[in-house]
Design a protein around this ligand. Sequence first.
Ligand code: B3K
Ligand code: ZN
Length: 866
Amino acid sequence: MLDVNAALAQPHVTRRDAYRAPDWLVPQIDLDFDLDPAATRVRARLQVVRNEADASAIRLDGGGQSPVSVTVDGVARSDWSIDDGALIIPLAGDAHLIETDVTIAPERNTQLMGLYASGGLLCTQCEAEGFRRITFFPDRPDVLSRYFVRMTADKERYPVLLANGDPIDSGDLPDGRHWAEWRDPFPKPSYLFAMVAGDLVANRASFTTRSGRQVALGIWVRASDLAKTGHALAALQTAMKWDEDVYGREYDLDVFNIVAVDDFNFGAMENKGLNIFNSRYILADPDTATDYDFDGVSAVVAHEYFHNWSGNRVTCRDWFQLSLKEGFTVFRDQSFSADQGSAAVKRIEDVRALRAAQFPEDAGPLAHPVRPESYIEISNFYTATIYNKGAEVIRMMATMLGAERFRAGTDLYFDRFDGTAATCEDFVACMEEGGAVDFAQFRHWYSQAGTPRVTATLRHDAAAGTALLKLSQMVPPTPDQSSKPAMVLPLRLKLFGSDTGRPMGDEQLVLLDSPSADIMFDKVTEPPLLSINRQFSAPVIVETNRSPADLARLSACDDDPFARYEAMQQLMLDTIVASVTHGRGDHAAVIAAIAETLDDPALDPAFVAEAVLLPADSFIGDQLAVVDPEAIFRARDALRREIGRTLETKWRAAYAQAAALGPFEYSPVAKGHRRLKSVSLGYIAASGAGDADSIAFAQFEAADNMTDRQGALTTLVNGQSNTRVAALDIFYNRYSDNPLVLDKWFSTQALASREDTPTIVFDLAHHRDFTLANPNRARALVGAFSVNQRAFHAADGRGYRFVADQLIALDKLNPQTAAKLVPPLGRWKRFNPERAALMRAELERILAVPGVSRDMFEQASRSLTG
Ligand code: B3K
Ligand code: ZN
């Protein structure tokens, strides 16, 4: 067996406490690209200045390229060496001009880091450490430079040449080539460098900032995609205005360009003045994008735009501070989206995402603090903890400070750190100073991993007319951290009378900052119901002594829609967990609560659709000591069928009402109706009604938008009839030339709760449209399958074997994307010993592959030991 500890000791580990200021700074860099997919020549001129008195050489990170020439102050040098890819040049003075000349091959770059080819374009991705694969440079975020870029390329093949900042000049060359020069006046770290060359067209508009700057906006795509860019462009304009209104942040260049590319490791990238996007977060029209996709486009466009301040103007000192920009920017994009539609539904979606991805991460072998202590490969730390828990940490500070003081804190932060590389500590200190508070203990949120558990027990003393709430907290042990001090947990809470359903007093914000605390309520004139962690004010797990009847009552009378949703979810969870553990459960309370929700005319359909959805299999599994995927599937399915059957008339009524809507419109109201329509259709099918299939197929065929079409397809794919096969064929043929929609065709099948899903997925891996080279496609099949609890955890281990085979193959092409897909295999501790052994065996098999990447090595080895 592999000795994981010995193996772990090999690769280089970077530690937060080993941070040292750079030896040399690079105030200016001039880059000259002679672009060609097979061989691109990159000449770089770096003006370097000494920052550390003792440094006898400069270390310029590299990514495997070797220099054709190296000169210092105009003199050719041969005394350089290469160490771990980096170019080391002895330097004696305080300031020098270093020139290097390298050749790289974008078309062979399957890692999609650095300069690479995608669908006929040449484009870059540099965060976190991709710039070194383009040229030799101190590739760390605290080295800020002014960039001047010249690009030369074949004019027919690459008519458009874009880079960061403002365009300076351009011209033609005699040999069919042309050139363009760009200058970015803002000093930036290398991870924000970007460049694109290709045959692109732009959807253009302009934006006038509040101080009167005219900004030329452009969304660049292939000509055939131009009609799908309107939504992204409108979202960009809305986001620019929102950041001025809410944070007082204005845009600072004369141009802002976004380019969509098909092959991209992540969602998008906030390069200064030239965002590069995965096309799935730009292209949207009703025929090809669901409402969920439209929302994703606005959220990601806003997120990347907001980085212009939270990330670019103020950047990170080192990668341990990643959540400084990511947590804050996610919080900003969540607030933006909440302001565009239903804030309650947005909060429900965000919390669902946190529970689906971050809670399991925090409870497993890959748990790490919001500010990690060490890493082997930083790409592995673009996690739900850094992003989503990081956003919750910012949200808690905003909750405790209130809007005005929070804004004073962010103003101070942007003002004080503009143009610099800052730390999480700098941010918290500004919140303290701007908000006039002490966050000493609150800082544990940055250093302690694990999801805190709160126990809340409410006792009513009817004779005295009082109620006593006993609160306690526990922060669970995580790898590398055993016992932890109490955290500061801001809990919004309120009592309701269980007879009248009326509030008893106002909402309070309780700061639970000790292991336990008692809170006394008086004037409690009827049995009280506890509404706690309203709006999900703290990212914790709350256990209460509320009965199913209490939860059902709260789900109908709470005046915080998020808390109503929570009460319903808890009731559903308790019910399903009881039936998994004791065989059969009592479904009556859930059914009554759903009926009441469906009957409440005051409720927004979008909210109703969320509230009546059962928790996902995996979230149910998270509540159990040992996850039994089949038992969970059966218990959930039985409840689902009974809800469908018992309330069939109501589902049909809800469906008919939503279906009566006119032609497609993208508005919060119309979205809500479509959502409720899909959810109702699912329950009609679950009821076993004989006509469910034909209703779904009719919807599938008549749909004038992708939300309805995919909703119907999902229902059919999860059903038993052969209509499924016909619908899948029609869908495939209709969209066979649209990669983003084909991704849906793959993922809908990979997510299906069918018994034969594993077999279907294994066949799909041989489909002519399946490729691991495109990250979206790999995620659509392999990623989706591995979060399908029932299918992935098939008892004989074939799901694990399939995923491991795919990851081994993908690791050879694109380690970053492969490593991101490891976590489902790492959850072995949550399953019975047979499954755990099968999962571990696959992790060991991955590690034993000769040449396994650092990315995979770190993820798989930590998954085995953690
Ligand atoms: N900052 C980029 C992340 C790129 C990650 C590459 N490993 C996207 C974003 O969060 O906005
Ligand atoms: Zn981001």
